[in-house]
Design a protein around this ligand. Structure first.
Ligand SMILES: Cc1ncc(COP(=O)(O)O)c(C=O)c1O
Length: 390
């Protein structure tokens, strides 16, 4: 079976994990710090905080942005549910701003309307869908004017860059950016996430929240009397200064991620080659086209999504997916619009309020794109689609 996405693990990756297992330090050791440093340097941000998942990263970022009861988080309807759930975890409300049809990213125009409708918005989470950067200057300007914090969801976008050449994650247009290292993402940690920021107080707060709310670095103690005996610092003393979580990541995961990170450029350039071949092959098809038609040069190419006119091809998406599956070709739909999920409907969301997302959802199909996809396998996918979609 050719899956729609897959990680690539080599002997070097395996050895990196084995080395940690032999080192005696399994968690919060040197690999975590080395991985944080590597990502901060690569994206051009001052600070990076590794956590247990992209979801944990989103939760902490939403809290730092001030989302809570009576406050709103706005994100894109076309994303994985985690981008929106961060607002609910923080005890706030969630609203959505519809996508632009040609990028599948949050539309600044729709964001402007959503901000007007939700004046209590504390966080805006644009999602760099499939690795394609959003129109960040426009989104940042709107959020600033509304007094909201921007958190970039770059779960798909490690290795992507903005039109000015800076890397996604540098936080030039946001207070925080989050990444995911789930196996289908650019690099794999098994599970893992990261938050980047240039703000020292945000960094310190995130460090505390990652580990139970306990003071970190040289955070001053709140209860000085308890921290000392006769003026001497108590060596056992630490303070839980606010409610935090256990969102730490292990050294095994970070050693794997760091080893994978060394291959990031080759992973992305292979994806770029595959995307070019797909684009060329599908350019002559009448009833399907790539979902993202602008600014693809800057993308991390996490997914390759086609938009297919199912009415024209005489079969529905379920039939096409099953036919492809019988030929050992795996496909997926990214994503069911978040407002259409029963939990969000129960909260009062109406998917029809986001017509671009609805239309996109009716037509979308993600086809295989990953480092190990061979030319022969890609040719199989192309031939099948040329035959079945036409
Ligand atoms: C856009 C987006 N945001 C957030 C996440 C959550 O990341 P994780 O699976 O590491 O918790 C994902 C993961 O699938 C995602 O695709």
């Amino acid at each position: 079976m050719i899956p729609y996405g897959k990680h690539h693990i080599d002997e070097e990756d395996i050895q990196a994990v084995v080395n940690v297992l032999k080192s005696g330090v399994l968690t919060q050791g040197p690999a975590v710090e080395a991985f944080e440093q590597a990502i901060a340097t690569y994206v051009g941000a001052k600070y990076a905080i590794a956590v247990s998942s992209g979801t944990a990263a989103l939760h902490l970022a939403a809290l730092v942005a001030g989302v809570g009861p009576g406050k709103t988080l706005i994100t894109s309807p076309i994303t994985f549910v985690a981008s929106a759930n961060a607002g609910l975890y923080a005890g706030g409300d969630v609203a959505f701003a519809d996508i632009e049809p040609d990028t599948v990213n949050m539309s600044p125009l729709a964001l402007s309307a959503a901000l007007e409708k939700h004046p209590n918005t504390k966080a805006v989470i644009p999602v760099h869908f499939a690795g394609l950067p959003c129109d960040m200057p426009a989104i940042k300007a709107l959020a600033d004017a509304a007094g909201a914090i921007v958190i970039e969801d770059a779960a798909h976008a490690l290795g992507a860059s903005y039109p000015d050449g800076r890397r996604v994650g540098c936080c030039a247009h946001s207070l925080m950016t989050i990444f995911s290292f789930h196996p289908v993402k650019a690099i794999a940690a098994g599970e893992g996430g990261m938050i980047t920021t240039n703000d020292e107080s945000v960094y310190r707060k995130l460090l505390r929240l990652r580990s139970h709310g306990i003071n970190k670095l040289d955070d001053p103690f709140m209860d000085v009397a308890q921290s000392q005996t006769n003026g001497h610092a108590n060596p056992w003393y630490y303070e839980m200064q606010e409610i935090g979580f256990h969102y730490r990541i292990t050294d095994m995961q970070c050693a794997l991620a760091l080893s994978q990170f060394g291959k990031l450029e080759s992973f992305i350039s292979r994806r770029r080659e595959l995307v070019k071949r797909y684009d060329l092959a599908f350019s002559t098809l009448r009833h399907c086209r790539p979902a993202q038609t602008s600014r693809r040069a800057e993308s991390g190419h996490h997914l390759y999504v086609l938009r297919i006119d199912f009415d024209e091809i005489g079969k529905n998406r379920e039939q096409l997916m099953q036919t492809l599956r019988k030929r050992d070709i795996g496909t997926q739909v990214h994503y069911i619009p978040v407002p259409a999920h029963p939990h969000y409907r129960k909260l009062g969301q109406l998917p029809e309020a986001f017509p671009n997302a609805q239309k996109y959802y009716q037509e979308a199909l993600s086809i295989p794109v990953f480092y190990d996809l061979t030319e022969q396998q890609q040719n199989l996918v192309i031939a099948a689609l040329q035959e079945l979609v036409g």
